[in-house]
Write a protein that binds this ligand. Structure first.
Ligand code: SAM
Ligand code: SF4
Length: 337
């Protein structure tokens, strides 16, 4: 095996998409994601920005074409812009095709322009409601106006924005049409995510109830003409086009396994663990290979290849459902969703 043999897993899937969590911290405390008094990791556990750069660059050497930066909230990591600026060299060289991020939008007013300058062209912004009071309730610490300002800044900077909304029963069901129209008027695609129960977050009797995307879709079809799009991204999203508005609507059901055959992605946590499948616990610690060999990337490349060799074929539906009924042991803020 040569140094830069591309990453192909045991089921002949090319791994070309890396999602990277750059911090476990966040300025919000969304009820389905974090508890109000979260314990965060000691700083020394986190990869430094230099280590993140080396790690991501090594994945790019191994054929990764798309990097999605996430968290926690990626834009609250100190000096994160230097990381984006540094990653842009891989876009310039053509090795990397896309550098993108998922954000809660709170810092976008400040960072939209520098992100564009670093080569970012698309951002996913998480937004579950357009109602100020409900927004404060679901994010606990967030302020809607700040996020809307961030979205405006992103659009003004030339970034393509996609909204991700978590579908929550008795919470944003009544905003299905309002949010659709709001996005349509701004040429923004909207993707709905089915909520995954995350265990003890101290919000059992508040927001966070499961709203099935099947039902959401049925409600959407009462108002619009839905055309199924064949487009797949190698992930758990399916898309339709609304004929009346022309906009794209996505549905993400994280625990279904109907996309596993085309799965092209792995997830790196902020401590350097590589998770190989969203629905399973398989992971490999890459931090030691990185830290113990500051001048030599070969051991890290070996460790990455070994890890990809462990990627499971898929996650079993019944197994996942069982988990969904109970709880998923990892928080989304750990693996970045
Ligand atoms: N802080 C950024 C944000 O909110 O976009 C990035 C990290 S956040 C963990 C990534 C995505 O995971 C967000 O869209 C969020 O809504 C989603 N998420 C968090 N907890 C979830 C859960 N229990 N079920 C489904 N989606 C969840
Ligand atoms: Fe923070 Fe994103 Fe989790 Fe909300 S979903 S608490 S914004 S990491």
């Amino acid at each position: 095996m040569s140094m830069n043999t591309p990453l192909i897993d045991p089921f002949a899937r090319a791994i070309t998409y890396l999602r990277v969590s750059v911090t476990d911290r966040c300025d919000f405390r969304c009820v389905y994601c974090m508890s109000e008094n979260m314990q965060f990791l000691p700083k020394k556990e986190l990869l430094t920005l230099e280590e993140l750069d080396r790690m991501c660059s090594t994945f790019v050497d191994l054929g990764v074409k798309k990097l999605r930066i996430t968290g926690g909230e990626p834009l609250v990591r100190r000096d994160i812009m230097t990381f984006f600026q540094s990653m842009s060299r891989h876009l310039d060289s053509g090795a990397l095709k896309e550098l993108t991020l998922t954000t809660n939008g709170s810092q976008l007013a400040r960072f939209a322009e520098p992100l564009y300058a670093a080569g970012v062209r698309r951002v996913n912004v998480s937004l579950d409601t357009l109602n100020e009071e409900k927004f404060a309730r679901v994010t606990r610490w967030g302020r809607l106006a700040q996020v809307l300002k961030g979205i405006d800044a992103a659009l003004a900077a030339g970034l393509k924005v996609k909204i991700n909304a978590v579908a929550l029963k008795d919470f944003n069901e009544d905003e299905l049409i309002t949010m659709t129209e709001w996005c349509a008027s701004r040429d923004i695609a909207l993707t709905w995510i089915e909520v995954m129960p995350m265990g003890d977050l101290g919000n059992e009797d508040r927001v966070g109830q499961y709203w099935s995307l099947k039902d959401l879709r049925r409600q959407l079809a009462e108002r619009y003409t839905l055309t199924e799009l064949s487009e797949r991204t190698g992930g758990p999203a399916r898309y339709v086009r609304l004929e009346e508005t022309g906009q794209k609507i996505g549905f993400i059901t994280p625990l279904t396994h109907n996309f596993c055959e085309s799965c092209n992605r792995v997830r790196l946590t902020c401590t350097g663990e590589l998770y190989l499948c969203l629905g399973q616990e398989d992971m490999a610690d890459l931090r030691a290979a990185l830290r113990n060999n500051p001048k030599d990337n070969a051991p890290l490349k070996h460790a990455i290849h070994d890890a990809i060799g462990l990627k499971p074929k898929g996650h079993d539906f019944d197994y996942s459902r069982q988990k969904a009924d109970g709880q998923v042991t990892r928080h989304m803020s750990h693996t970045g969703g």
